[in-house]
Ligand binder design. Structure first.
Ligand SMILES: [Ca+2]
Ligand SMILES: [Ca+2]
Ligand SMILES: [Ca+2]
Length: 563
């Protein structure tokens, strides 16, 4: 049986179009890369992660990336459908997924390519899907088969093999528009994967019409003009997380990966991003725009079990018993508020396969879970149809000091495995700090930012900035100036410690060689060379003058703090 499949996001113009270098900034890959470098932590590259890339034919039998392209030097690209010709579409998807400089995961070297008709007819549309050995599938193509055969087999295979499928939705401006739903049956309607739109919202979005109606799609967006080429950014981000999970099977479980990617997603992509109690994610942008920085640090926050008090970032893979619940406690300490709490749960639908002779039948069931936050606030996410729930609170709805409970509840008659991921930011501005930093021994008129009640020469604002006690003389909190040797030269450098949470302050290191000149923070004269964790919840930032001390008679460095 040959089913026609459609390309998404391809045109003659587009094939020759260069990749958008800016996307690495937009998904905060550049920021993550810089920070891990400063912290001397290896940046994951997708090393050791194999992927499946399914491609609709651009022309007859043309579905392979151009393996002669230098972006693919060192790759083992297997033509799993055999005999494929080169496709510009496949080449661009491949560059975005594992290109040596064009992707965020040049470490992916083992790729299986399938032609979509061959793929779908090999058991993914009728019969039984073959075993998927790769942890990730990228589907930058769509179709409306107008029945549930393909998505239910996909969800069955996900449960059986444990991979994460990632599929693009339809573009707004391409091909037939007279479909019964904006959401493609194949694979836009799947439950157990992630569907992808574009960051400017020009993909076709909406709710599913097949195989469980009314579910919001897509789950995430990424910055490209076409869904085909945005989708591999998400697949690549998942590959980074698989590598950084190391040997921790729970950290790279497909449910966990999905929850980390969605909980990390950036809402600021649109001022119109919203959710309701019954609609967990935005109807255009899903959970938001891919943000690999947040998703990476959610994973690094570590697995934290139900029943515990949780940190600012983390995740868990757990199981909620029938008609029961699991709880997680959030404590916001005195003198702080908790901003930008994003927490998301996801679970799979179950699929049962029954075979009688040549007939194979699939039936499915979906548990109904909910996620709620209680304490000084009350917020619930409880869709009756989706298999994700999500709570988001922006900085204007921060959690104030107190204890809160996150509850994952199930009305299902059986136990349900779920993944939860969360991120949030402790925040303390001068006003919050000063409310807890002073005792009655300090008069109120000595509590302003420019006062120095303990007379140690460190004004209150600097006590806050460097983690000091405004009532105890402690000059050892001040920045450290020193001369260091590197590459056979001596350099002037300065380091300061900063609380490892946001405190509303801006730190700028400036230098000058003559005190009559204007202080400069230009990277050409002074650069950040490392960030190191210190005990007590501090980071130490070290800056160094670019010129060695032999280049000038004298030089000065200072840290400038502003509110
Ligand atoms: Ca629900
Ligand atoms: Ca002081
Ligand atoms: Ca002090």
């Amino acid at each position: 049986m040959l089913k026609k499949v459609y390309l998404i996001g391809v045109s003659l113009l587009l094939v020759a179009r260069p990749c958008f270098a800016g996307y690495k900034d937009d998904i905060r890959y550049t920021e993550l890369s810089n920070e891990l470098s400063l912290r001397a932590i290896n940046l994951p590259t997708g090393s050791g992660v194999s992927v499946t890339q399914v491609e609709a034919p651009e022309a007859t039998n043309a579905y392979m990336p151009n393996i002669a392209d230098t972006q693919f030097n060192g790759k083992i690209i297997t033509d799993a459908s055999a005999g494929g010709l080169t496709s510009g579409h496949a080449t661009t998807v491949a560059k975005n997924l594992y290109g040596n400089t064009t992707s965020i995961t040049p470490g992916i070297t083992d790729i299986d390519i399938y032609e979509a008709n061959d793929w779908i007819n090999s058991g993914w549309y009728s019969g039984t899907p073959p075993t998927e050995n790769n942890p990730l599938q990228n589907h930058s193509w769509v179709n409306w088969f107008q029945n549930s055969n393909a998505p239910i087999r996909m969800d069955y295979a996900v449960n059986r093999d444990g991979f994460l499928p990632i599929a693009g939705l339809y573009n707004s401006d391409y091909g037939a528009q007279n479909k019964p739903s904006d959401i493609p049956d194949t694979y836009g309607s799947m439950y157990n994967g992630i569907t992808v739109g574009v960051s400017d919202g020009t993909h076709r979005y909406g709710t599913t019409a097949y195989d469980g109606t009314g579910r919001v799609k897509p789950e995430i967006v990424a910055p490209n003009s076409y869904t085909s080429f945005a989708t591999p950014y998400v697949t690549a981000a998942a590959a980074m997380l698989i590598e950084s999970a190391g040997a921790d099977a729970a950290a790279k479980d497909q449910l966990t990966l999905k929850s980390m990617l969605l909980a990390g997603a950036d809402k600021s992509i649109s001022a119109n991003w919203d959710q309701t109690t019954a609609r967990p994610i935005d109807e255009v942008y899903g959970a938001g725009e891919l943000d690999i920085y947040e998703s990476y640090f959610i994973q690094q926050g570590g697995r934290q079990s139900a029943g515990s008090t949780i940190d600012e970032r983390g995740w868990n893979l757990s199981s909620v018993s029938n008609s029961s619940s699991e709880v997680y406690t959030i404590n916001v300490p005195a003198g702080f508020e908790l901003r930008n709490l994003s927490t998301l749960i996801t679970w799979n639908r179950d699929v049962t396969r029954t075979a009688r002779g040549p007939n194979v039948n699939y039936t499915s069931s979906l548990a109904n879970l909910s996620l709620s936050l209680t304490g000084n606030v009350s917020q619930t996410s409880d869709s009756s149809v989706d298999n994700i729930e999500h709570i988001w609170r922006d900085s204007s709805s921060a959690l104030t000091t107190g204890s809160y409970t996150l509850t994952v509840a199930s009305t299902s008659s059986t136990a349900t495995e779920y993944a939860i991921a969360w991120r949030s930011e402790l925040y303390q501005d001068y006003s919050l700090w000063s409310a807890t930093a002073f005792t009655a021994s300090t008069p109120v008129d000595q509590q302003d930012a420019s006062d120095d009640p303990d007379d140690d020469g460190i004004k209150n604002l600097l006590e806050q900035a460097f983690g000091g006690d405004p009532e105890t003389q402690n000059t050892d909190i001040l920045p450290i100036n020193e001369i260091v040797e590197a590459n056979g030269n001596q350099y002037l450098q300065i380091s300061y410690r900063k609380p490892n949470f946001s405190n509303g302050l801006t730190y700028i290191v400036e230098t000058v060689t003559n005190l009559n000149d204007t202080w400069s923070s230009q990277a050409s004269v002074v650069t950040l060379i490392s960030i190191a964790s210190e005990s007590g919840g501090f980071d130490r930032y070290t800056y160094r003058r670019v010129d060695p001390i032999s280049a000038t008679d004298k030089a000065f460095l200072r840290v400038s703090i502003s509110q």
